[in-house]
Write a protein that binds this ligand. Structure first.
Ligand code: IPM
Ligand code: MG
Length: 364
């Protein structure tokens, strides 16, 4: 197949991990006779430096024209001035919004070989396999009014948590559809004991639930869900929640996997178009050192192959190669090892196993 893939490596470790992920895509293309056309574009802090805006028009146009976007990470101390008029994160939010990617899919399935890295007891992590569906283009991140004003009482800041029923319906429906292919259990997370927007969320979730009689629906308050992610994580199947709750809960969920560095994400909208990125940030403290873990980005490539290109076999191969590399003790520094691999060595280890991964697994 022919596909156009737009790369937005971004800032910090973004370019390092995206480079390894691109090499994986090239290896997949070679193995299966696909043709992937890559183009690279500025987004985030690097775009602010070069163009004065976090999401240049050229970047948006290229991302719109591509079949899928692979993103590294944006942000860093250089652009962190709270007074700054433009911020790298604006680029990320703007591109999600402009591409209509309202659903952020974050699977959490810890690798048994990394279980010892989690600060949780092994029995709390064993069997954990859930997906968080985070609403991505609404809520506090985008609601208006938003901003700061001077008032006679002092300086005031406002953010608005706003949802309209159709925004809730489409994301909750997606969660149910996914649950139908899994263990048929949806946990809808809200703060309905306090927030009006959450009471609407819950009402809509119940309505959508009636369309899916084969899927069980439970509601959890976000504070209690945060606790249960630590105490009862194996119980979850599909978690669906609004933008900011999802942001917070997915960083928490990453603890179960042992390292932020190994978790991928897909941001999807109505069609097959999608944006794929690791859930970790730009890690400015280790940027340029060649030690970042490329696994989260490489697993994002697997999601890209699956969701945007419909290449399930290729996606499974990438996931199997990552699994095999990790099981064989191929670890970057964040995965706690005496002999850590560099970013490029880890990428190489995964690409080497791409060809042999599945064969190997059959002999296990
Ligand atoms: C994420 C990040 C972003 C978010 C930031 C960088 C704007 O934390 O993708 O989870 O809050 O969505
Ligand atoms: Mg986050």
């Amino acid at each position: 197949m022919n596909a156009k893939i737009a790369l937005t490596p971004g800032d910090g470790i973004g370019p390092e991990v995206v480079n390894e992920a691109r090499l994986v895509l090239e290896a997949v293309a070679q193995r299966h006779g696909h043709k992937f056309n890559f183009s690279e574009h500025l987004l985030g802090g690097c775009a602010i430096d070069a163009k004065g805006t976090a999401m240049p028009d050229e970047t948006l146009a290229a991302c719109q024209a591509a079949d899928a976007v692979l993103l590294g990470a944006v942000g860093g101390p250089k652009w962190d001035d709270p007074q700054a008029a433009v911020r790298p994160e604006q680029g990320l939010l703007a591109i999600r919004k402009a591409l209509g990617l309202y659903a952020n899919v974050r699977p959490v399935r810890p690798y048994p070989s990394l279980a010892k890295l989690s600060p949780l007891k092994p029995e709390r992590v064993a069997g954990v396999d859930f997906v968080v569906i985070r609403e991505l283009t609404g809520g506090l991140y985008f609601g208006t009014p938003k901003g700061r004003t001077m008032t006679p009482e002092g300086e005031r800041a406002v953010d608005t948590l706003i949802y309209t029923d159709w925004e809730i319906r489409r994301i909750v429906r997606l969660a149910f559809q996914l649950a139908q292919k899994r263990r048929k259990f949806v946990t809808s997370v809200d703060k309905a004991n306090v927030l009006e927007s959450s009471r609407l969320w819950r009402k809509v979730a119940i309505e959508v639930g009636r369309e899916f009689p084969d899927v069980k629906l439970e509601h959890q308050l976000v504070d209690s869900c945060a606790m249960r992610l630590i105490t009862h994580a194996p119980q979850f199947d599909v978690i669906v929640t609004e933008n900011m709750f999802g942001d917070i809960l997915t960083d928490e969920a990453a603890v179960l996997a042992g390292s932020l560095g190994v978790l991928p994400s897909a941001s999807l909208g109505a069609g097959k178009h999608g944006l794929y990125e690791p859930i970790h940030g730009s890690a400015p403290d280790i940027a340029g050192k060649g030690i970042a873990n490329p696994v989260g980005t490489i697993l994002s490539v697997a999601l890209l192959l699956r969701h945007s290109l419909g290449l399930e076999t290729e996606a499974v191969e990438v996931e199997a190669a990552v699994n095999l590399a990790l099981e064989e003790g191929k670890h970057t520094a964040d995965l706690g090892t005496k002999t850590p691999l560099s970013t490029t060595q880890m990428g190489e280890a995964i690409r080497e196993r791409l060809a042999h991964g599945i064969i190997h697994r059959q002999h296990d």
